[in-house]
Design a protein around this ligand. Structure first.
Ligand code: 2BA
Length: 114
């Protein structure tokens, strides 16, 4: 019999939300691995969570991500942005989306546990 199709859900979330998200996923029986990461735009620490699940479980994982990682906006001084900070003359802070999550769902060709 064929094993059920697996998907790898890759979730990039804020550090603040990622610990809670990990706890909730594990409570619900979904495996999860968290690694520290850094966003290219804000150059702030964020977290990347990997969860390899059966295809029919992806929607439940996404529902948990939506519940635990809510987007909000924050005003960041232009000088704090690595891309624009140096020599920036504008003093108005820029509004950026923080929190929330970026999610990729990828097919898993093969899974092995050695
Ligand atoms: P960052 O690259 O640090 O981006 C943080 C937030 O800054 C983004 O939130 C977005 O609201 C804003 N932002 C990013 N680039 C911008 C730009 N050129 N101009 C104006 N605002 C900009 P999210 O979109 O929620 O992304 C959160 C984090 O997820 C990103 O952190 C990055 O680490 C990751 N990410 C987002 N899209 C990605 C992708 N297509 N591939 C890989 N990582 C991605």
């Amino acid at each position: 019999m064929q094993p059920p199709p697996l998907k790898m859900v890759i979730i990039i979330a804020s550090d603040a939300d990622a610990d809670r998200l990990m706890r909730r996923l594990v409570e619900q029986g979904y495996p999860a691995t968290k690694i520290g990461s850094t966003g290219g735009f804000l150059r702030r620490g964020n977290a990347t969570v990997f969860s390899g699940v059966e295809a029919h479980e992806v929607d439940a994982v996404l529902a948990t991500v939506r519940a635990e990682c809510r987007a909000r906006s924050e005003h960041v001084p232009l000088q704090a942005l690595p891309l624009f900070g140096e020599g920036a003359v504008l003093t108005e802070p820029v509004e950026v989306r923080v929190g929330g999550a970026i999610v990729f769902v990828l097919p898993v060709e093969r899974f092995e546990k050695t």
